[in-house]
Design a protein around this ligand. Sequence first.
Ligand code: SF4
Length: 485
Amino acid sequence: MSAAPPGTIVRECVEGYLYSAPPLRLWIFRRTAARGGGWTPITGKVEPTDADYRAALVREVREETGLSVSGRIVPLDWQVPFDAPNGEGTWRLHAFAVETPRGWTPTLSAEHDASELVTPEVAVGRLFYPDNREAVQRVVERLVPLLPPGSTRAPQVFREVGPELFAAIRADRPRRLALQVPAGLVRNAHDLAAEIRTATGVEVFLAGRACFGACDGPLPDEVPGADAAVVLGHAPIPNMVPTVPSYFVEMRHPGGDPVRLAEIVRAAGLPRRLGIVASIQHLDLVEPLQRALAAVGLEARVGSGDRRLAYASQALGCNYTGAESIREAVDAFLFLGTGQFHPIGLAYATDRPVHALDPLRATLEPPIDRGALVRRRQLLVASLRDATRWGILVSTFAGQNRTATALALQNRARRRGWEAEILTFSRIDPRDLEGRAFDAYVNTACPRIALDDSALYPKPLLTPPEFLMALGELPLEPYRFDTYH
Ligand code: SF4
């Protein structure tokens, strides 16, 4: 019998995330040392005697935990191809959430030597495989609408470091707090740590790694023993489960004169129909600016984003769905904030003129030249169509982890006869890619890495949609921005 062509699925498997609710808790299982010793959900192969995936799942759960499933089985619509452990081709996982009765405890099979019922945050911090951690996000997302209100802990959000934050921390009584700040706030971070420590009596460790977003909060091994985190400068990402319960302090900025800003926009002769998108610090300015723009005869709209955005007019560098929702109704966008990263992403994502309006300096930038940006990316893609050795970059940060996407891309590359290896990191550092024999990389982590920082890297970097263009599975035009949902 000849071996299956690369990328061909030769075996189907199932994966069960056993849960109990309310409150929502997940069962995780530790494999025996002989099987690697990592924490996992229930997994197993689909046998020829199984009628379908559900039947295989029910059988595996019974064999590995003793449970006769009688509760809900929720498909996660999560299919993950992976290299077979025996080296024979590609296997594929189909994942489900499986309800367990309250008070039930597993009877372990010979495959596991321990089990624990844990919060989703602990599961994300503890599960061994990155795709398992990613799947927990989907478990929570699928289950929350089905469960009674209050089954999961809503993220705690504060405008500033102050009495409300201190009261919440005192009420929760964490043993140790990790304080993480973005690069722009590191200068005073030690003062903030001291302030929180004094006001709450809780031990505070300063996470040494600055964060770029809510997506890359502290990992359990970065601040050992921390059972909660304070993350400054970001709003929570609603469909992301952080690795520890987190207090998000948005650091909203009260500045910016809406009347003066509206006059600047009017004087610049921008189109009458405008969309507004803002960074988190300037969200409070959106409504006053809309009114001021209306007073000078301009119509300013705010869209409504998807499950990754906490606020309607918010933008993330990886998600402009709020702006995309009003794209057809506007002729240009205003971005309230500083820097070029978000306006450029907005231009990529919406194909509309984008003007950056800095509320504090009261400056309005000329529109981003999207055509030039897109042509540069398309030329890069075209130059890599003959590249055959690819590294696929995955970040294990809770809000950047796209292991399933990476595995799917690897599978597609192999079907094409290309080599493709997955490289995992927490923070991706260009120095870690030096000296590797790849022709190019695909970046599944923050889009900033491929679109903004690529000059720092030793080899070209594509986004996942660009990689599909290189494979010939997507056309170069229209150009597709890399969006996280
Ligand atoms: S993935 Fe990048 S753009 Fe998206 S929230 Fe994280 S840091 Fe921001």
